[in-house]
Design a protein around this ligand. Structure first.
Ligand code: ADP
Ligand code: MG
Length: 486
């Protein structure tokens, strides 16, 4: 089994979320919300006599992505016609790019489970137009051209990905970068971001790569991982039984959780590409590249490195906090108001994420939770200064902040939750608990040290959970050692 290695190359289609389409001023609308065919014009419908005009914003977005993926941006790129017939493509050809793509020779770093990182090369990224969308229903097929002509960037990796887990890390990192850039929301359920996995397996001793299959229709990263695992297993089984893997286009049947063969490929697709005669060659000046490079926002890898170097976070925490830009922003706001970065990271990734999970709130929606960053910061500041203890903050204050949206300080004041650190007050509770629990006390004095925690719990209870745990432990220890020596 372990003799087989997995080889994966991903082709990613990302719509560039511009206001208008790639080659006309027809508006781009939400593919789910808008009525079918409500955002079409003569060009989207492929009417004869229409002429395309390049969307400058889409090209700038493409360059942004290219730079963020560490690509070279060649001085010239060119559109080409990719000819094929399909009902979602009214012109009979898709305007794409062929031998002169917008961006080439890049890479993304992904983090592996063992904490190391790996470079996955990006072969190219080219600009094209999206097609319409077919729905096969009511015994027929319907077509919606709202999506036809929406700017689409295709990002093609080298076959450097060696497992489904690496494919997942690559997909998540790429999605994160696109979201940081603000060019694509990463919504796979709406098809704004689509992954196709090219999969093959090889023996360690093989000189080259073997035949690959291509899995389409992957509507979530989770399904992509399952599909790859399934396909790798299928290919190994074929080779083991003496069969060959035939080049094919595959689909993932989510209901049945299995691969389906859409079609076998006898030979490579022949699209009869030729340069698009209706569009000029595109020149990307070095000034434009420098300009866009200067305006790129901090990207997840850079931010993560900063969180490690400047704030002293672990690589793991920094990775979790930078995966979503909204989370990184929230975290930075909390730290900016004087909260210790490690304390903030702990509370955010454990307590806040737990509450968000329980309420089915995605990480990217952190700005919409009832606990604002300043309010969360004020809670943590009170913990840091010892105004309240961790357990009061966690069990009493935070849940009220969440359910009532109230300010942390007000909750602590109104409910009298401030921590009790005064040794005299604590001593009184210790004495009372020891007097009322003579059985426990005798067991402790007889040598059963485990009883200590039970006593501690009872004292904290008597202090309504508000005791300063360190002071309580100290006073209790002192009392007990006095008794032992007397
Ligand atoms: P085409 O030009 O026919 O689309 P490419 O060679 O450009 O094919 O590759 C398309 C994608 O398939 C790329 O992401 C590439 O990394 C991947 N790929 C190529 N060969 C293999 C292979 N043997 N196994 C897995 N992936 C592969
Ligand atoms: Mg291809």
């Amino acid at each position: 089994m372990s003799d087989w290695q997995t080889v994966i190359g991903l082709e990613v289609h990302a719509e560039m979320e511009t206001e208008s389409k790639m080659f006309s001023n027809c508006p781009v609308v939400d593919s789910v919300e808008a009525d079918p065919n409500s955002a079409v014009d003569a060009l989207s419908l492929g009417m004869p006599g229409t002429l395309p005009v390049i969307n400058k914003k889409a090209m700038e977005y493409g360059v942004m992505v290219g730079l963020a993926l560490n690509c070279e941006i060649p001085p010239i790129n060119q559109f080409a016609r990719k000819n094929y017939f399909y009902p979602d493509l009214p012109k009979g050809y898709q305007i794409s790019q062929y031998d002169r793509p917008l961006a080439v020779n890049g890479h993304i770093n992904i983090e592996l489970e063992d904490g190391s990182s790996k470079r996955i090369r990006v072969r190219r990224a080219h600009m094209e137009e999206d097609t319409g969308k077919l729905s096969h229903i009511m015994g027929g097929s319907l077509v919606d051209y709202n999506r036809a002509g929406v700017p689409l960037l295709e990002i093609v990796s080298e076959p450097d990905i060696s497992s489904a887990a690496e494919a997942e890390a690559y997909a998540r990192k790429l999605r994160s970068i696109l979201r940081y850039l603000g060019v694509n929301s990463g919504d796979m359920s709406k098809g704004l971001l689509r992954f196709e996995a090219n999969v093959s397996v090889r023996r360690k001793s093989d000189a080259g790569l073997r035949e690959r299959t291509e899995i389409k229709n992957l509507n979530s990263i989770r399904n992509m991982v399952r599909a790859i695992d399934f396909e790798v297993g299928r290919q190994i089984k074929l080779y083991r039984s003496g069969d060959m893997v035939k080049p094919a286009t595959l689909g993932w049947d989510e209901a049945a959780q299995k691969i389906t063969v859409q079609r076998y490929k006898e030979r490579a697709d022949e699209y009869r590409y030729f340069p698009e005669p209706d569009l000029p060659i595109v020149e990307i000046s070095r000034e434009m590249v420098a300009d866009i490079a200067a305006k790129l926002p901090a990207l997840p890898d850079a931010l993560r490195a900063r969180f490690v170097d400047e704030l002293g976070l672990s690589h793991y925490d920094a990775g979790v906090l930078t995966a979503e830009r909204a989370v990184a922003d929230y975290f930075q706001k909390v730290v900016a108001s004087g909260v210790d970065p490690k304390l903030a990271a702990n509370w955010l990734t454990t307590d806040l994420f737990r509450m968000m999970n329980a309420n089915e709130i995605q990480r990217e929606m952190i700005d919409s939770i009832p606990v604002s960053a300043p309010n969360f910061a004020s809670l943590l500041n009170m913990v840091q200064q010892g105004t309240i203890n961790q357990s009061t903050a966690r069990k009493k204050v935070l849940p009220i902040m969440w359910s009532a949206g109230e300010a942390a300080r007000a909750i602590v004041d109104q409910q009298g939750l401030a921590q009790i650190s005064d040794p005299t007050a604590i001593e009184a509770s210790v004495d009372k608990v020891l007097a009322e629990n003579d059985d426990l006390l005798q067991r402790y004095l007889a040598g059963n040290k485990k009883v200590l925690n039970a006593l501690f719990g009872k004292i904290m209870g008597a202090l309504r959970g508000k005791g300063d745990p360190a002071v309580v432990r100290r006073v209790l220890a002192e009392k007990l050692s006095d008794m032992n020596s007397s």
